[in-house]
Write a new protein. Structure first.
Length: 361
């Protein structure tokens, strides 16, 4: 019988605070609060999707009773109640919850209520919940989670201890993916994982979903090229090549390259925005103090340093300005292709008169 595939986001969902990726400040604070018996009865976890809010809420819910009862093995699952406010957002849903809150737990010391997507509660449901949140019974702890803190009424906010979860950095996401790939015996190039981590844009859950998709596409060997192809992202090489043409003032080759990018189905804006980001990365390589801001894989770093030597700071400033302004004008342009082509011609003309200092050897 064929076994069901378990998605990585579920399979590798952290079981303890140590396993949570990229939220060290929050997990340490929560652990200390439990250890010192200093935990508020209402907590609000806010932050973008896929960064560990619900995961931390579940770990915390389990730990609170383990610590109180000194029974590390027991998971006290019956003391944890999860409510998804996206689908249970009426006054009646909240009333049945508040009625249940009054009853003390049968085992363990606390009943923990995790309310996900709490911003989806209707105004009347919020108001019905307010009284309970104001004077919760000693055995009740509420953990509210939301992606949209600004939608929560101030009277609720003021009664909660607020924890702001941050986006996961590219490096943290990449290192976590590398660990998982190793566990599963998958050969993964550093740069391949880097592209996945960048594409996930700060959400660990997205990074894991993308990783699953790429593995099912290219099997146990993840190369940078296969990942770029599967995720339909423009590979770094496209931008290195474009920059070489620009520095060489080779307008025909530059326009041909842009044409081939469009032929592969990429959007012109995607290309020009990527080029602006590439110039920014080259600019960052120029200064020792800003190198830490360069979020690329190790193998690619060397290429950035080499190309950065060929382009001076004035050129890069002007190039970023031109590419960025083209990106901004793109949506409103009548002829979008022409707009990008004009921008490429202007970029290749910056080096006129500076040819001696800029021309690559």
């Amino acid at each position: 019988m064929m076994e069901h595939f378990i998605v990585s986001a579920r399979k590798y969902r952290p079981e303890s605070f140590e396993d949570v990726v990229g939220q060290r400040a929050i997990t340490n604070t929560l652990q200390n609060a439990i250890n010192n018996n200093h935990l508020a009865q209402a907590l609000l976890f806010t932050g973008p999707r896929g960064v560990g809010k619900t995961t931390c809420a579940r770990i915390l819910a389990k730990k609170i009773n383990q610590q109180a009862q000194n029974e590390i093995e027991q998971d006290f699952a019956f003391n944890i109640f999860e409510l998804d406010a996206a689908s249970n957002n009426s006054v009646d849903d909240i009333r049945s919850l508040t009625d249940q809150v009054r009853i003390p737990p049968q085992t363990g010391k606390y009943k923990v209520y995790i309310i996900d997507e709490v911003h989806m509660l209707s105004t009347s449901a919020f108001n019905a919940f307010l009284k309970t949140l104001e004077e919760p019974p000693n055995h009740a702890i509420f953990i509210l989670a939301t992606t949209e803190k600004h939608k929560i009424i101030p009277t609720i906010l003021s009664r909660c201890q607020i924890f702001d979860f941050k986006r996961i950095s590219v490096l943290d996401a990449k290192n976590h993916l590398a660990k998982i790939a190793q566990q599963e015996g998958i050969q993964a190039e550093d740069d391949a994982l880097h592209i996945i981590a960048q594409k996930a844009d700060g959400a660990m859950r997205d990074a894991l979903s993308i990783y699953d998709r790429v593995v099912s596409f290219s099997g146990s060997n993840l190369t940078r090229q296969a990942v770029a192809e599967n995720l339909n992202v423009l590979d770094y090489d496209v931008y290195f090549e474009a920059t070489t043409h620009i520095l060489n003032q080779n307008i025909p080759q530059l326009l041909l390259q842009f044409n081939s990018v469009l032929a592969k189905g990429f959007d012109g804006q995607h290309y020009i925005a990527g080029l602006a980001a590439h110039f920014r990365d080259l600019f960052i390589c120029k200064e020792q103090s800003t190198i830490a801001l360069l979020e690329v894989g190790e193998q690619i770093k060397k290429k950035y340093f080499e190309q950065a030597q060929l382009a001076n700071t004035d050129f890069l400033k002007e190039a970023i300005e031109l590419a960025n302004s083209c990106d901004l004008k793109y949506k409103g342009a009548q002829n979008q292709r022409l707009l990008v082509e004009l921008c490429l011609m202007q970029l290749a003309s910056i080096t006129e008169g500076k040819k001696k200092t800029l021309n690559p050897t």
